[in-house]
Design a protein around this ligand. Structure first.
Ligand code: ADP
Length: 404
């Protein structure tokens, strides 16, 4: 079975074609700067496991439709293409950021599903319209091929009301759907599944804390295989310190800025999303640059690292209290998979709660899952690479097999 995964953003489309019989990636691609004069497309084909051939195109790509058509021409070609005919694609899986309270599962896309995704646009004004662009283009290009929406929010629909409600006037929830939804659900679910496998447990028996640290960062408390709390909120701004997003702040700071600095709500929103987090603290939002800064004695870079890792530790402690028994803490995504210093600092001082890492093992680099806790640590600590495309493809296959 071959599944095409599409992650359509406002000015980009990421795609991947997977052979689900072997989990092999056949093609990956990225269309960038859609709508710009200097658009680009990079298409990588993996004909054998060790080879890859790359096609790069630099040209104006006016819209998603043009971008996707260019990609399809590279993927499907009777002579040179990885697949010879469109009929070889069994399904298309789409990443959709916000499913609101409507979607607890990946779902076959119908007209009603499109209407429901549209109805959630107020909750994700940047993401859902872009995701819908990808869906519409794929439905046109692959008529008759099942299209499945996989929602970032779906995994978190098991969070109980006491964890998803904000202590605000109740009407805001009833009328405007103001509540915690959480994001990165596909990634948290994927690493929780991998973790259960590695610990030789059934997913239903697994309690873990999944720590996704990339440009966006979030942590999820997983109890008996289900999300019971997560750090991102109604929008992807709450919780941990991210590359350019603040995470938790005192909500009265907004009022203070408005009253005392004359900032309007758009300016505050842009500041919290684009100029805060690691970048706000030290001017850099890539953890690699921050470490280079620390080496050179940049104190603000050190402060940014300390603020982020302290917040991580605080949330790990909170989720240990939420879960009671914790089988594992799992680090994933760009920083979580690569940065041993962030990992070490994020669990520093948690020995009294049974969390002990082996610093030598933690310092190792691996593409495969790696257990970094000591043999006598009562909570196992793991690095497990996330793979959102494979996760979306698996969810798509799950739906196609009649599980809906
Ligand atoms: P996204 O959230 O966009 O999917 P990723 O999960 O790819 O992001 O994470 C990107 C971030 O990972 C980068 O901004 C960088 O801070 C961090 N990162 C990537 N490689 C390394 C590395 N070798 N060491 C430390 N941090 C890294």
């Amino acid at each position: 079975m071959k599944i095409l995964v599409i992650n359509s953003g406002s000015s980009s489309i990421k795609y991947q074609l997977l052979d689900m019989d072997t989990d092999a990636v056949l093609v990956t691609g990225l269309v960038e700067r859609i709508g710009d004069e200097n658009g680009s497309l990079t298409n990588k084909v993996f004909p054998g496991t060790n080879e890859q051939s790359v096609t790069k195109m630099e040209k104006a790509i006016p819209d998603h439709d043009t971008g996707m058509r260019l990609a399809i021409e590279l993927i499907i070609d009777p002579e040179k293409g990885v697949i010879k005919d469109m009929a070889e694609i069994n399904a298309v899986g789409h990443r959709v950021v916000h499913g609101g309270e409507d979607f607890h599962q990946p779902t076959i896309i119908t007209d009603e599903v499109i209407v429901a995704i549209e109805a959630n646009i107020p909750l994700a004004p940047l993401h859902n319209p872009a995701n819908l662009d990808g869906i519409r283009v794929a439905m046109e290009l692959f008529p008759g091929v099942p299209q499945v929406a996989v929602f970032d929010t779906a995994f978190h629909q098991t969070i109980p009301a006491h964890a998803y409600m904000y202590a605000l006037p109740y009407e805001l929830y009833e009328k405007d759907r103001v509540r915690r939804y959480g994001f990165h659900g596909t990634s948290h679910k994927f690493v929780a599944g991998e973790c259960a496998h590695l610990l030789n447990k059934k997913l239903d028996d697994l309690n873990c804390i999944s720590v996704h640290l990339g440009n966006g960062c979030s942590m999820t408390a997983v109890k008996n295989g289900k999300s019971v709390d997560t750090s991102l909120g109604m929008t992807p701004l709450e919780g941990l310190v991210m590359g350019t997003r603040s995470g938790d702040v005192d909500p009265a700071i907004h009022t203070f800025l408005s009253r005392n600095k004359g900032m309007d709500i758009e300016m505050i929103d842009a500041m919290l999303n684009k100029e805060s987090g690691l970048k706000g603290l030290c001017g850099m939002n890539d953890m690699r640059d921050i470490h280079a800064g620390i080496e050179k004695g940049d104190e603000r870079a050190k402060l940014a690292l300390d603020v982020q890792t302290y917040r991580n530790r605080k949330y790990i402690g909170a989720y240990m209290a939420v879960l009671g028994r914790v089988d594992a803490i799992v680090f994933t995504a760009g920083i979580g998979e690569n940065d041993d210093i962030v990992r070490r600092e994020s669990v520093r001082g948690l020995e009294c709660f049974g969390v002990k890492i082996d610093e030598a093992v933690n310092a190792q680099r691996a593409k495969e899952p790696l257990r970094i806790s000591t043999a006598d640590s009562s909570v196992q600590v793991w690095v497990i690479p996330t793979n959102e495309e494979l996760a979306i493809a698996r969810e798509t296959r799950f739906v196609l097999n009649g599980n809906q």
